[in-house]
Design a protein around this ligand. Structure first.
Ligand SMILES: Nc1ncnc2c1ncn2[C@@H]1O[C@H](COP(=O)(O)OP(=O)(O)O)[C@@H](O)[C@H]1O
Ligand SMILES: [Mg+2]
Length: 300
């Protein structure tokens, strides 16, 4: 039997050192093989390939270090995501505004579909952005603020403009994560130097915001709401505090996760975890440790 076209593509991608494409082709290979004897192998490696980071979309060279664009249609684990009623209303609002954006534009009503999520770290702000992209079937696009700011002084503003230009012509969910890294209140930064640069960056950010049209979805996130410039805050049509999950909600999240990975633990092992851990991040870490212990013990 000869090579299928997916297998050929895979070989070509590996030869060209294009791992993104190689992964995509490898997944396609696992899907096209329907023989019973390979079922276990294909399922296993499809899972691993899909969870080893998202599928990054190739960007032009000058954007690569600033912006990340991910196709998460295969990698987001919807079955493990717990959507609280509070975040559900934000999600529904974003979807509604996206649906009516054209109509609003026709009526001459500008509305930027932008939401700023604030709240403690580990409460699921970034994950919510990914969820929105997944549900809307759009690429998840995020600014890499750390490399933006690390790069030479003065080039930060230019980089921000480049990123916004890309977003304007490529439909996506645009996430400005940890926005406090770059936007500080201009009143806090009158001493010139590094903070003077940051004040300029904040102004650029706002100017770029004002170029965005109704059809673009922007999600900002921060755990330092107090550091964000008021004028930038106004650019977000919606501000929403992401609160740590309640006890019952954490329980649901844990059982969703366990269900999805096909594992079961007695309540007496799960409840202390839920009581002890304040946010999703800590809770899931501990849950993974619990699961690992079980797998390890079973392998012994
Ligand atoms: N609602 C949720 N359902 C399932 N997992 C979640 C949820 N929120 C967060 N997580 C998990 O918790 C971790 C931390 O979430 P993250 O979005 O990074 O928090 P934040 O951006 O607020 O610091 C992530 O690994 C994510 O998988
Ligand atoms: Mg985050």
């Amino acid at each position: 039997m000869g090579l299928t076209s997916n297998q050929q593509q895979l070989i070509k991608a590996v030869a060209e050192n294009n791992m993104q494409l190689a992964k995509k082709c490898a997944i396609a290979c696992t899907v096209e093989d329907t023989t019973q004897k390979n079922a276990w192998f294909c399922e296993k490696y499809k899972q691993i390939l899909e969870s080893s980071g998202g599928n990054m979309i190739e960007l032009p060279y000058d954007l690569k270090s600033i912006l990340c664009v991910e196709d998460i249609s295969n990698s987001f684990k919807d079955d493990r995501y717990y959507l609280s009623d509070r975040e559900k209303s934000v999600f529904e609002n974003i979807v509604r505004m996206k649906k009516v954006n054209e109509r609003l534009m026709e009526m001459g009503i500008p509305y930027l579909n932008s939401a700023l999520l604030y709240g403690e770290s580990g409460t699921g702000k970034t994950t919510f952005g990914r969820y929105v992209a997944y549900k809307m079937g759009l690429p998840f696009c995020y600014l890499n603020f750390s490399s933006l700011v690390d790069s030479h002084m003065g080039s930060t503003s230019k980089n921000i403009s480049k990123a916004f230009n890309y977003v304007i012509s490529n439909p996506c969910v645009f996430m400005l994560d940890e926005i406090d890294c770059i936007s500080i209140r201009r009143s806090d930064s009158s001493d010139g130097g590094a903070s003077g640069e940051m004040a300029r960056v904040t102004i650029t950010l706002m100017q770029e915001f004002d170029k965005l049209t109704n059809d673009i979805v922007v999600i900002g996130a921060t755990n330092r709401m107090d550091r964000i410039d008021e004028a930038l805050l106004r650019r977000f049509s919606l501000k929403h505090e992401v609160k740590p999950l309640e006890r019952e909600e954490k329980k649901e999240l844990v059982y969703k996760f366990l269900d999805d990975v096909g594992m079961d633990f007695p309540a007496k092992e799960i409840m202390p975890l839920i009581e002890r851990n304040k946010n999703q991040s800590m809770l899931l870490n501990e849950l993974v440790r619990l699961i690992s212990k079980r797998i390890y013990a079973e392998a012994e």
